[in-house]
Design a protein around this ligand. Structure first.
Ligand SMILES: [Zn+2]
Length: 360
């Protein structure tokens, strides 16, 4: 349940500045990784932001010191295709984030002890409303439902086909460029709200098991990001949760057969378990910890809901709960981030040690 503003915001801000190509210096990411590795064991106090332009990146850079002072030590930066890719310039858009600006942002973040983790939403979320995003627009052959749903009517978002033999080659090149540009040692693959999977319209996936197909996509990305590159991998958790047993809705958990993938993927992936509504408990947090994953509870703009998720997660008193991630989805402007209550309160809580006593 993410707002329409998600795409519109990025698309509009992407028009502000000209898109240019800069150099990518992979040695910087390696040097920086030493510091960020030291941060891995610390409590993660993060923000998820859509970052679609150099203009936004500059605005964010101006706020980094204030965010650090508020306790923030990690930023998930979702550029999707709004980056000046050298490997696939056809996917970039005017005004997108440039490598030069990404390096500037990374340098300031490093100085302040903030870890940057770039993101492309993989597999699902390949369209928004009537707009098909750059990957499937330029490579319609990767579409899970090729030629179907004109103008994206009657669907939520398009997906790419996890069994297309060529899609990963393109995606892995984008991942590598983003990690290098942001001098990172981790990547967030998104993968939330995938509804189109094992489609009858896909000759490869028709009749397949959605859980196995979803796990295949996760495992392919993990092989590149973790096994080959030795980076850390983050993803949204909703497709790994069975709506019937969790009691969540079909957005923050799955009713489309993907939940079995939870037992088919590596345990070293950090799962961002997002829940934006007020509840008395959030059973997915102990469930995923019990499966052996590290879990990063993720809230949004409702202060009572953010407070409830944060407190419930802290009460688990588990090393498997790595901290708190505040998503934004256009609900707050970057210059106002450092004063935003749904961010400030959880950051303050997770800055405190030791954890509060578990209620009897
Ligand atoms: Zn397919």
């Amino acid at each position: 349940m993410k707002p329409l503003i998600r795409f519109c915001l990025v698309a509009s801000l992407a028009l502000v500045a000209g898109c240019q190509t800069g150099s990518v210096d992979s040695s910087l990411s390696q040097a920086d990784s030493t510091k960020t590795r030291q941060q891995k064991d610390a409590v993660m106090r993060g923000i998820h932001l859509m970052l679609g332009s150099d203009w936004q990146a500059a605005a964010l850079q101006e706020q980094l010191a204030r965010l650090a002072a508020a306790g923030v030590n990690t930023l998930i930066l979702e550029t999707d295709y709004d980056f000046a890719f050298k490997s696939h310039p056809e996917l970039s858009s005017p005004g997108c984030v440039t490598p030069a600006r990404a390096h500037e942002l990374a340098a300031e973040a490093r100085r302040l002890g903030i870890r940057l983790i770039p993101q492309i939403n993989c597999l699902g979320h390949q369209s928004w409303s009537k707009t098909t995003l750059a990957l499937l627009k330029n490579h319609p052959e990767f579409d899970e439902t090729p030629g179907q749903y004109p103008n994206n009517t009657n669907i939520y978002c398009r997906s790419w086909c996890p069994q297309n033999p060529d899609v990963n080659k393109v995606v892995f090149a984008l991942v590598d460029e983003l990690v290098n540009a942001f001098e990172a040692d981790a990547f967030h693959v998104g993968m939330d709200e995938v509804f189109l999977i094992a489609s009858e319209h896909c000759p490869r996936c028709r009749g397949g098991d959605p859980a196995k197909l979803f796990a295949q996509a996760v495992n392919d990305l993990h092989h590149h990001i973790v096994t080959e590159r030795k980076w850390e991998m983050f993803m949204w958790a909703d497709r790994l949760l069975d709506a019937k047993t969790m009691g969540y809705g079909e957005w923050e958990s799955a009713r489309n057969g993907t939940a079995g993938a939870v037992d088919l993927i590596p345990k070293d992936i950090v799962l961002c378990d997002w829940h934006y509504e007020l509840r008395t408990n959030y059973p997915s947090v102990p469930f995923l910890v019990g499966k052996g994953f590290r879990v990063w509870p993720s809230g949004w703009k409702s202060l009572p809901a953010a407070r409830a998720l944060s407190e419930f997660s802290r009460q688990q008193q588990s090393k498997g709960v790595v901290g708190y991630l505040c998503t934004t989805w256009g609900a707050v402007r970057i210059p106002s981030l450092a004063e935003w209550p749904p961010l400030l309160e959880p950051m303050k809580e997770w800055s405190m040690t030791p954890l509060p006593p578990r209620p009897l």
